[in-house]
Design a protein around this ligand. Structure first.
Ligand code: PGA
Length: 253
């Protein structure tokens, strides 16, 4: 695991965006795993700014998002699909057919198989998502955030390291942390997430953490042995992980 400690969230955004843009430069047809949340927002803003100048950054790239809430429509402002459009996809030259975000309503699966219940359709949505990643030739570079409880994607504590894309129950602490994105509404209780095994298949991984709220999780990541109680510790088993943290998140390292 390689560590880079940067000054603050602005330097984190610039550093991560440069790594993303360098990877796109090196292989314009790269297959990316992409996160949502507060942490990567600066990376996306920086990337969009650079791509306005360079123009063809994402022309041939393929993206797979890590996760999506169950029961939330793609065009709901709180969906991760909307997040990605707002922060990245609407501003760069990515081909819509090469964008992949799990559908928390499994809409096209249910259209194709009207007899399936929602849960059966969601299960099939997950299988198809894994197949689409394989068809694209597997993830080459995946960016991750980290939850205070160590979750990566929505793989909460207790998730087996060989898990694949599936529907999961969100931890109460995660729902609380994300309540700010659902003003006046309940945070969904379930999500579709890539599994830890899916993430570990990525050739390279970059984990981002910013702010004091992540300091304890970063301490555990630097000191603990791999254990499913702390999902991010699975990354210790991967040969190409870079962790970029700002000084506040690196406080207890
Ligand atoms: P955050 O979420 O970037 O909004 O803190 C990270 C995560 O929960 O993975």
């Amino acid at each position: 695991m390689k560590w880079r400690v940067v000054q603050d969230q602005h330097e984190l955004a610039r550093t991560a965006a440069k790594m993303l843009l360098d990877a796109l430069d090196e292989d314009p047809q790269i297959v990316l795993g992409l996160p949502t949340g507060g942490t990567p927002a600066g990376m996306y803003a920086q990337t969009v700014g650079e791509c306005r100048v360079a123009r063809h950054c994402f022309e041939l790239a393929t993206t797979f998002n890590l996760d999506e809430y169950v029961g939330i429509a793609r065009d709901d402002p709180a969906s991760y699909c909307s997040y990605m459009r707002t922060h990245l996809f609407d501003h760069v030259d990515i081909a819509p057919e090469r964008i992949h975000v799990p559908d928390g309503l499994a809409t096209s699966v249910r259209q194709q198989h009207p007899a399936l219940s929602l849960d059966e359709a969601l299960e099939l949505e997950c299988v198809k998502y894994e197949e689409a990643i394989q068809r694209a030739g597997s993830l080459q570079l995946t960016f991750l955030g980290i939850g205070r409880n160590g979750h990566i994607g929505f793989n909460e504590p207790g998730t087996p390291f060989d898990s694949r894309t599936r529907v999961v129950q969100l931890a109460e602490s995660t729902r609380k942390a994300n309540a700010r994105y659902f003003p006046g509404r309940e945070v969904p209780t379930r999500a579709i997430t890539m599994g830890i095994g899916t993430i570990l298949d990525s050739a390279a991984i970059i984990l981002l953490a910013s702010g004091e709220g992540k300091a304890e999780a970063i301490r555990r990541l630097s000191h603990d042995e791999p254990h499913p109680d702390f999902p991010a510790s699975a990354l210790l088993r991967h040969h190409d992980v870079t962790v970029i943290v700002d000084q506040a998140a690196a406080k207890f390292r």
